[in-house]
Design a protein around this ligand. Structure first.
Ligand code: FAD
Length: 464
């Protein structure tokens, strides 16, 4: 009998347009494996919200595989060691995977290559991005640092290849290797179960991702006008599906193009995801190190100080006294997701109004977002703080009250900050200024003007 091939799954939990499955199935029997590895990523192990998603996504993938005569093998431990052992146990001829760019996965790919038994090769394929990160380069052969020229160069290579459909059937090995049981991994929260709202919002898995795309196609032509309005569901909400690889970006690209209308603005957003990977491929420490050295001397407030701790807690709990920020932070807690415009405002608020190091916010998002992504999260936090490789945005201090009014956030605030629901569209953005005392709703942690002046003064210290 032909020796089997292992498909090592990570953030590529799909059967359609999945090059690792295509390559493995072309050689013979396939053993799909997911390794729960909390050791290789160290402090970057998945956060709570991601673990909720992972549980449901793995369960959906196993069901999809079983319909095709296959199944998902679950193992736990250091991925490189677990896979090398499994390759010996099953006499696998190869391990196929999609290449990942988080620094710990790059290390794991190197370690696995070295650990595999003779006669078993590691084959890493592209497919989780529109173009392999690092492959879009300047005329001088250098990777891009800034988004706009990156987009222009990448667009020259578009459209991406047409997606490959999921296989109808997959051959399995003569005897299946032993598997852990998903429930034993305890990925879901219990006491307390803070994820009760997640299930109402999301359907993890490949079918859920396909439904999201389908639902978005009608909205795609209005994307440009509506994407910044948090009160309307004007964006695709594909981010967790894309993050976990339940749908390929090429599939999203082609589906959106077919929707017709002006979809370029949406495609440009999709390319931010590629850009973020392109950044971490160049700067593996981007999630913890300022790209601009000057920011190492930034006079952030001391996180150990009790007043700062109280400010951070108020931000996390959506009790800052700024309704738009609070609505966003509560949406995040309840659903594991936040509207992009509100993410920008909430991040800017923590960094500039509260003068707290961007890494504190990045860590909170890492734990609470269902789409928490090393590249996208770090790139966006560093972009907001101005410490990143792109333009210095620190001095662009977003005014949460003006943003709330400008982007018509009244409905959004009513949904997520119900104690303000009875206020008029005019007063709801800033109840304090309108002289409306609302029982149970806090006063502003700091006035906007005072915060702005404090932030600019702090920034001036590093400029000189
Ligand atoms: P759509 O507007 O429908 O966009 C389609 C897809 O394009 C998204 O699903 C996403 O994959 C990609 N995309 C859009 N905008 C961005 C962007 N700015 N950066 C990277 N990719 C983008 N996105 C994540 O996927 N994971 C994160 O951890 C993450 N952290 C963020 C932190 C901050 C402080 C900010 C300001 C933004 C962050 N984003 C992150 C980007 C963005 O907010 C989300 O991708 C977007 O809100 C997801 O909603 P959507 O799927 O409806 O997006």
């Amino acid at each position: 009998m032909t020796r089997p091939a292992i498909v090592w799954l990570r953030r590529d939990l799909r059967l359609a347009d999945q090059a690792a499955f295509v390559a493995a199935a072309a050689c013979g029997p396939v053993i799909p494996v997911y390794v729960l590895d909390d050791e290789t990523p160290k402090h970057r192990m998945m956060g709570g919200a991601s673990r909720w998603w992972l549980h449901h996504s793995l369960s959906a993938l196993d069901a999809d595989l079983r319909k095709r005569g296959s199944r998902l093998v679950l193992r736990r431990g250091v991925a490189a060691d677990v896979l090398a052992d499994l390759a010996r146990e099953t006499d696998a001829a190869a391990v196929h995977c999609l290449r990942h760019y988080e620094p710990w996965w790059r290390n794991a790919e190197r370690a696995l290559k070295a650990a595999l038994p003779d006669g078993c090769a590691l084959e890493c394929h592209p497919g989780n991005y529109l173009m392999p990160p690092g492959s879009v380069t300047t005329g001088a052969g250098q990777p891009y640092k800034i988004y706009t020229p990156f987009w222009r160069a990448l667009a020259q290579h578009m459209p991406p290849p047409k997606p490959v459909p999921a296989p109808d059937a997959l051959d399995g090995p003569k005897a299946w290797p032993k598997s852990d049981t998903l429930v034993d991994w305890k990925l879901l929260p219990t006491k307390p179960d803070w994820a009760t709202g997640f299930g109402e919002e999301w359907t993890p898995g490949e079918a859920g991702a396909a439904d999201r795309v389908e639902a978005f196609l009608d909205k795609a032509k209005h994307y440009e006008d509506r994407r910044n309005l948090p009160s309307i569901e004007g964006t695709s909400r594909l981010s967790p599906h894309l993050h976990f690889g339940e749908i390929s970006p090429a599939t999203v690209w082609h589906a959106t193009m077919q929707a017709g209308g002006s979809v370029e603005v949406f495609l440009k957003e999709l390319v931010w995801r590629d850009y973020a990977q392109n950044v971490i491929a160049q700067y593996p420490d981007y999630g913890k190190a300022n790209a601009r050295d000057a920011f190492d001397a930034f006079p952030w407030r001391d996180p150990a100080d009790s007043e700062v701790k109280a400010d951070v807690e108020a931000w996390q709990q959506g009790r800052t006294g700024y309704p738009l920020v609070d609505a966003g932070m509560r949406q995040l807690w309840a659903t594991g997701w936040m509207h992009n415009r509100v993410r920008m405002v909430a991040a800017s608020f923590l960094i500039k109004h509260l003068l707290v190091d961007w890494r504190v916010g990045e860590a909170w998002f890492w734990d609470t977002l269902v789409d928490a992504d090393y590249g996208s999260n770090a790139t966006n936090w560093q972009w907001t703080s101005g410490s990143g490789v792109d333009s210095n945005m620190f001095v662009r201090i977003m005014a949460p009250l003006t943003q709330s009014d400008k982007f018509d956030a009244a409905g959004y605030i009513r949904q997520w900050v119900p104690e303000l629901a009875d206020l008029s569209d005019k007063d709801i953005h800033d109840p304090e200024a309108a002289g409306k005392f609302v029982k149970g709703y806090p006063k502003k942690r700091i006035a906007h003007k005072q915060a702005r002046e404090r932030a600019l003064a702090a920034h001036a210290k590093i400029k000189t």
